[in-house]
Structures are given as structure tokens and as C-alpha cells.
Design a protein around this ligand. Structure first.
Ligand SMILES: CCCCCCCC/C=C\CCCCCCCC(=O)N[C@@H](CC(C)C)C(=O)O
Ligand SMILES: [Zn+2]
Ligand SMILES: [Zn+2]
Length: 521
């Protein structure tokens, strides 16, 4: 009887093991087929694009000197937003005067209508010859975050000093490269006698670094009053990454289809104050420190694959070598594994989850006084698959201490996801313009981990893209709001050419037809 039972158990185990093997084999066959066949990049690249007789820009020696002098002058004006209530308004005013001097054709052309918004922001309307074509809008911002040479800059942050082909200074990649690149491109287009078919707006905010409440929001208010609807908006955000994504062969231009949400949460603990010679077992500082430590020890859940970040890696899959190519092509199977790889570095962790950063911790009044109040502020960047409310609930659960008051100070949900398919005009025009200028770059949709002025434009268009053609190499993301912010003179020229071509490409009336359908715009 025992032998019979043992043989039955063996039989059963055999069936289980072979079914498991067959399942694994089947999964791997599907995964292998997908690895070989996944092609999300072809898009409209080979399609027949409408001819627009684009003018070309070949920068000569004189223009090079002029455009670099303009750019350096822009960097030297310290248009700093110090805090929510303090900006360098003298510099903002000087920047206005400077723009008028640097771009005389833009400011005098009968095709361009310019107005100041909220004293320091700029709104340009470039009239198109075919008013039936829906206009689009380019955004950039004039203000910069503070910078102090003593933090370790190789050149003073408002010097625009050129070192080994790079211009150093606050604003060189955030965001005066876009401000100046766009206007310089328009200046050259107008000088060459260009008149757009499709009208467009340019919005230059003066307070993006402090939320755009006066600049971008007033520009939006004005456009709404005028009943304007936009075909798409393009703002700062993602860039061309070269050597930043581990394992990716060649550069990638990520175009931000959305941006993460934000929540600012205040944690506070109040206790009775007293003499430090007879301390209670736990002080307000100790209780709050434990709460903060719990938040750092328990990051928000991994959500990789539940937002547009999955698409990014599927688009880039063919540019990885094996085994990463296999993994990226089969996120339906491997996203838990990839999440664990990506979460190891801060920059890629930001794509995996809602991030939690404790940015303020205030407590204490005197060395021998038990403080009655301890406060901390937490800045969360919310993943596309979560909301402010969900994040707040998780924080309360994680803190799990009634003595710690948890309050939502400010916040907004993640932004809607713009289109990136063959019918998405803005996305396809940006992609085409990138590929014409940089044929070796792979273009993919992405998600912007920081916030931009463009988030205020959601009522004017469903299509908001966050991208500028600045090249980011290893070490460059840290320069963003950090020390030694810089751009190469070559890259700045490329940015001008990019905007010069983009504006002309937008004159296309409709996208080419990938299949049989026609998409009227
Ligand atoms: C795995 C893929 C890696 C891709 C590399 C991405 C490199 C990211 C580098 C820079 C971050 C982009 C930040 C975009 C613009 C953010 C502008 C900003 O700082 N805005 C403020 C707005 C706030 C409302 C004041 C912000 O804090 O987000
Ligand atoms: Zn910026
Ligand atoms: Zn910034």
C-alpha cells in the first residue's frame, strides 16, 4: 500500500512539475516573440509628410557671435525667484528691456503681437496666414532658482563664463536656454521673411520657480477670456538623455506626456514645555523624528507600469542589449523585477513610485527648554496612478501615531496623460523635429518628475508636452537647480535650430496617414 501511495505522489508531482515547465516555456516563448516583434517606434517616420518649403538655418560666424552674446547677457541678469513672496523684480524689469534690445525684429514685426502680463511675464501671438488652423503654444520661463558661488561653482553663477565650450550659469538649462532659443529662432525666421501658416503663442512666465501663480496663471486667464483653444502646448521638462539610463545604447529624447502630482504635508507634535533637567521619556522632537523615520523606512508602493513610464521602456526596449531587451519588451511579466532595479537610484526611483522627501524640520527654542512644538514638512511627488487623497491616507497610516498631527498644506493630482499615437499632432511634430536634427536619437514618451508652468494650461488643450532639446549626459541631472549648471555652445545653437525647424514643421496642416484614416485638425 505504501509503495502505491508513493508512486501516486510521484505521479502527481510529475504532473505539477511538467505543467509548471510548460507554463514557464509558454511564457518565455510569448516573451521571446514579443522581444523580436515589438516595434513601437516606426510610427510616422517613413510616412509621406506634407511639404512646407522649410527655410533652413545655417549659423554663420557673425550670427554665432551675436546669439552667444545675447544668451550670455540673458544669463547675467539675475532673475531670481527667492521665495513665494520675494523675486528680483529689478532684474525681471531689466530682462524685459534686454529682450526688446536683443530681438528687435520680433518686437517690431507686424506679424507679432506682444504684451506684458502681470508686469514681468510675456505673451506673444504670432499671426498665421490660415486662421482656420488651430494655434499651438511654446512655453518657457524667465525666472531662476537662487545660486551661490560658495556652494562650489567653477564660475560665478551669473557670470555666463565660457569654459571648454560650455557656458556656465544659473538658467543655462533651466530655462533661459528655451526662452532665448525660442525668441532667437523667431528673430531669424522673421528676418528670413517667414510668415507662419499656423498661428502660435509664446508664453514666458516670470515666476515658474514659485508655482507660476502670477505669470502662467494670468496668461491662461487672458487666453481663456479670448476664447483661445490650443492644438498643443510645449514646455520645459524632459530632455535628450545620453548615458543616463543604464544599459540603453545611444541617446533618447523623452517627451513628457504628463507630470507627477504634488502634496505638501505638515507633521506636527505639540507637548507641554518644561525644564531640560527633568525631561519626559519622549520629547516632541523624538516623537516627530520617529514619524519621519517611519516615512523614510516605508516608501510608497511600487507602481511601475501603472502609468506612462511603462510605455517609455517599451519604446526604448530595442535599444537595450540582452537580457535587458527581453525584460523591457515584456513588462507584463517583468515589471516587478524592473521596479526593483530602477528604485536603486534616486533619478529612476522617481519613475517607480510617489516619492517622499522631508524638506523642513523645525523645533527647539533654547538649549535648556523642552520644546513644546516640533514641525516637519514633507514634499511628495505623486505617481500617475495615485491621488493626493490616497497619498495622504497612506502617510497617516504609516505615521500611525495619534500624537503626530498630519495636515495637507497644498497639493494637486498628477496631470492628465497627453496623446503619443500616430494622430497626436504635437507629439509627432516634436518627434519629427528631433529626428530630423538628431537622427541617432530614439524618441519615446516619458513622464516629467518635476512640475512646470504647463500644468496651468489643462483647460486650453488636452495635449501638453514637456521637452526641450538640451542634451543631458551623466552628471547633468544634478546640475538642475544644483551647482555648475551649464550648456555647451554647440547644444545652445542646436536648440535654436530645433525651434526654428519646429515652428515651420507646425505649418503642416495635418499629419500623414499611417493607414487609411485621415485625421483632420
Ligand atoms: C529612467 C529615466 C531617466 C530619465 C532622466 C531624467 C532626468 C531628469 C532631470 C531633470 C528633472 C526634470 C525636471 C523638470 C522641470 C522641473 C521644474 C521645477 O523645478 N519645477 C518646480 C515647480 C514647483 C511648483 C515650484 C518643482 O519643484 O517641480
Ligand atoms: Zn524650469
Ligand atoms: Zn527650475
Amino acid at each position: 500500500l505504501k509503495t502505491k501511495q508513493t508512486s501516486q505522489i510521484f505521479k502527481f508531482l510529475k504532473i505539477i512539475i511538467s505543467s509548471l515547465l510548460i507554463t514557464v516555456l509558454l511564457l518565455f516563448t510569448i516573451a521571446a516573440i514579443r522581444t523580436l516583434s515589438l516595434d513601437v517606434n516606426a510610427g510616422l517616420q517613413l510616412a509621406h509628410w506634407e511639404k512646407t518649403n522649410n527655410k533652413s538655418l545655417v549659423i554663420d560666424h557673425h550670427q554665432r557671435e551675436e546669439l552667444l552674446a545675447n544668451f550670455k547677457e540673458a544669463i547675467r541678469i539675475p532673475t531670481v525667484s527667492f521665495s513665494n513672496t520675494e523675486s528680483n523684480t529689478t532684474a525681471l524689469h531689466e530682462f524685459d528691456r534686454f529682450l526688446r534690445k536683443a530681438f528687435p525684429t520680433v518686437f517690431s514685426s507686424s506679424l507679432v503681437h506682444h504684451e506684458l502680463v502681470a508686469n514681468y511675464s510675456h505673451l506673444f501671438w504670432v499671426k498665421g496666414s490660415q486662421p482656420e488652423l488651430v494655434p499651438y503654444m511654446l512655453l518657457a520661463h524667465i525666472d531662476v532658482v537662487p545660486a551661490s558661488e560658495s556652494d562650489g561653482w567653477e564660475a560665478p553663477p551669473f557670470s555666463a563664463k565660457e569654459i571648454d565650450g560650455f557656458i556656465y550659469g544659473r538658467g543655462t538649462i533651466d530655462d533661459k536656454n528655451s526662452v532665448m532659443g525660442i525668441l532667437q529662432a523667431l528673430e531669424y525666421l522673421l528676418l528670413k521673411g517667414y510668415a507662419p501658416r499656423r498661428g502660435f503663442y509664446i508664453g514666458l512666465g516670470h515666476d515658474e520657480e514659485i508655482s507660476g501663480l502670477n505669470g502662467a496663471m494670468n496668461i491662461v486667464r487672458i487666453l481663456k477670456q479670448r476664447g483661445v483653444q490650443l492644438l498643443f502646448v510645449m514646455d520645459e521638462g524632459l530632455t535628450i538623455s545620453d548615458g543616463i539610463i543604464p544599459g540603453l545604447e545611444g541617446p533618447a529624447a523623452l517627451i513628457g506626456l504628463s507630470e507627477k502630482g504634488q502634496a505638501v504635508i505638515k507633521l506636527s507634535v505639540s507637548v507641554a514645555p518644561g525644564h531640560s533637567s527633568m525631561p519626559p521619556r519622549e520629547t516632541s522632537i523624538g516623537i516627530l523624528a520617529t514619524a519621519v523615520k517611519r516615512l523614510e523606512d516605508n516608501p510608497m508602493p511600487r507602481l511601475f507600469g501603472y502609468g506612462p513610464e511603462g510605455d517609455t521602456f517599451e519604446h526604448l526596449a530595442h535599444k537595450f542589449s540582452l537580457p535587458l531587451k527581453f525584460i523591457m519588451s515584456n513588462l507584463w511579466l517583468f515589471s516587478p523585477l524592473l521596479s526593483r532595479i530602477l528604485e536603486r537610484k534616486p533619478v529612476s526611483n522617481a519613475f517607480v513610485r510617489t516619492t517622499t522627501a522631508v524638506t523642513f524640520f523645525n523645533a527647539g527654542v533654547k538649549i535648556n527648554v523642552i520644546p513644546s512644538l516640533a514641525e516637519a514638512y514633507v514634499n511628495l511627488r505623486i505617481h500617475s496612478a495615485q491621488s493626493v487623497q490616497e497619498v495622504l491616507d497612506i502617510i497617516k497610516d504609516t505615521v500611525g501615531d495619534q500624537r503626530v498631527k498630519v495636515e495637507l498644506v497644498d497639493g494637486f493630482d498628477p496631470l492628465p496623460i497627453s496623446g503619443a499615437d500616430d494622430k497626436a499632432f504635437g507629439f509627432q511634430i516634436i518627434k519629427k523635429t528631433v529626428l530630423d536634427l538628431f537622427p541617432t536619437v530614439t524618441v519615446a514618451p516619458g513622464i516629467c518628475i518635476g512640475n512646470t508652468d504647463s500644468r496651468h494650461f489643462v483647460d486650453l488643450t488636452k495635449n501638453i508636452y514637456r521637452f526641450s532639446p538640451a542634451w543631458f549626459k551623466p552628471g547633468d541631472p544634478e546640475r538642475f537647480h544644483g551647482i555648475n549648471e551649464r550648456i555647451s555652445t554647440k547644444n545652445y545653437e542646436e536648440m535654436i535650430v530645433f525651434y526654428f525647424n519646429l515652428i515651420q514643421n507646425c505649418d503642416i496642416r495635418k499629419l500623414p496617414e499611417p493607414h487609411s484614416s485621415v485625421h483632420e485638425l
